[in-house]
Design a protein around this ligand. Structure first.
Ligand SMILES: O=C(O)c1cccc(C(=O)CC[C@H]2O[C@@H](n3cnc4c(=O)[nH]cnc43)[C@H](O)[C@@H]2O)c1
Ligand SMILES: [Zn+2]
Length: 353
């Protein structure tokens, strides 16, 4: 855990409730989910890297001065993923960590461009993530789905490559459900990605770009208008535009809120200044997510504890938050009903103790 972050764990009884609450995670990055053990194992495999091999040293390494510094460190971890076996190991271990937190369903954001440009064969990459997905579902019961995102700062070459990998019927993995846009927002206008999102949407993928994480509400409007966003990654700055909040609420466009991430990248100064309460007050559908959990010294359970504190939630409120994520997911109706049923049964049993 990074020490600079506030320990926002809920009081003991809610912590125990959250730990066993069945959950869905909609905004979590593949490489950004590598546990200290996996990062140090990969760093030891590749000793030319500047990433520390000692898990203890990662606490300092994962302390960020700003968003640009976060991306620089993130890419140094991306550089550790060099073989299809690295990809498989990482994906499988991420699923194990999710399962430990009772995550029944997760949409994992993967940046295939970063791997193919580093020389991993595209067919072997797809096979590695699919193999790990199937093994994780069979062994842990956690259902994984993929969001392929364009690393926006890498430009239109990255957009073209990501779109090709996501839409070519011979490559496109079975678990792929959505198409995203990540990385820095400053100097990376969203409208330029419209043709790529149009192609992905035409191929049946859902649109889930990051927007309004490090720039203003106009970026969220761009994501809605040009990229036809069905959910918004972060959307933090939406709080500065009442018309935007009303639009998100009216059209039931969920926000993928990641409170601790916003503090760790210094997009928001303190947790108490986080606008999540304003979103709820405005009637916006809020989902709670962990983004890059080990890099931000958090996990999904901690993010629910943070939300409980910021939104003053009890067990029923937390269960509603968990159901928001299921409803906002791209799971089919039967899958949604199954997990929501589990959440209700668990919550009723807990309150009847
Ligand atoms: O892989 C490359 O070679 C490359 C070249 C230029 C730029 C990039 C990126 O910008 C990669 C950024 C990468 O960051 C991921 N990510 C993880 N957490 C967040 C977040 O909180 N906000 C935005 N992006 C995030 C994202 O998946 C991008 O792919 C790469
Ligand atoms: Zn993200």
């Amino acid at each position: 855990m990074t020490q600079h972050l506030v320990d926002a764990r809920a009081p003991r009884d809610l912590t125990a409730f959250i730990a066993e609450l069945p959950k869905a995670e909609l905004h979590v990055h593949h490489v950004g989910s590598a546990s200290p053990r996996i990062v140090s194992e990969l760093a030891a495999r590749h000793p030319d890297s500047k990433v520390p091999t000692d898990p203890g040293a990662l606490v300092d390494y994962f302390t960020f001065t700003d968003f640009a510094h976060f991306i620089e460190v993130y890419l140094s971890v991306v550089d550790l993923i060099r073989t299809p076996e690295d990809v498989r190991l990482l994906t499988y271990e991420v699923a194990r960590d999710l399962a430990r937190q009772q995550v029944r369903y997760a949409e994992l954001t993967i940046t295939p461009f970063s791997s193919t440009r580093r020389g991993i064969d595209e067919r072997a990459f797809m096979d590695a993530i699919e193999d790990a997905r199937k093994a994780a579902e069979a062994e842990f019961g956690t259902v994984l789905r993929w969001c392929f995102d364009i690393p926006g700062e890498a430009g239109l070459e990255a957009a073209e490559e990501t779109t090709r990998l996501a839409t070519d019927d011979r490559l496109r993995p079975e678990g792929l459900v959505s198409f995203g846009l990540g990385g820095p927002e400053v100097g990376v206008p969203r409208p330029q990605f419209k043709p790529y999102f149009d192609r992905a949407i035409a191929a049946g993928l859902h649109s889930v770009p990051h927007a309004g994480e490090t720039t203003g509400p106009e970026t969220v409007w761009d994501a809605l208008t040009h990229l036809r966003a069905e959910r918004i990654g972060h959307g933090t700055s939406s709080a500065r535009d009442p018309k935007l909040l009303a639009h998100l609420a009216e059209h039931r466009i969920p926000l993928e809120v990641c409170p601790t991430s916003n503090i760790a990248t210094r997009a928001v100064s303190t947790l108490d200044e986080h606008p999540v309460k304003e979103f709820v007050k405005a009637g916006v559908v809020v989902t709670i997510n962990s983004d890059d959990p080990p890099m931000f010294g958090t996990d999904l359970d901690n993010e629910y504890a943070v939300a409980a504190r910021l939104l003053d939630l009890d067990e029923r409120g937390l269960a509603d938050l968990a159901k928001n994520a299921v409803d906002a997911s791209f799971l089919d109706a039967a899958g949604k009903a199954r997990i929501k049923g589990e959440i209700d049964t668990y919550t009723a049993g807990w309150l009847d103790r």
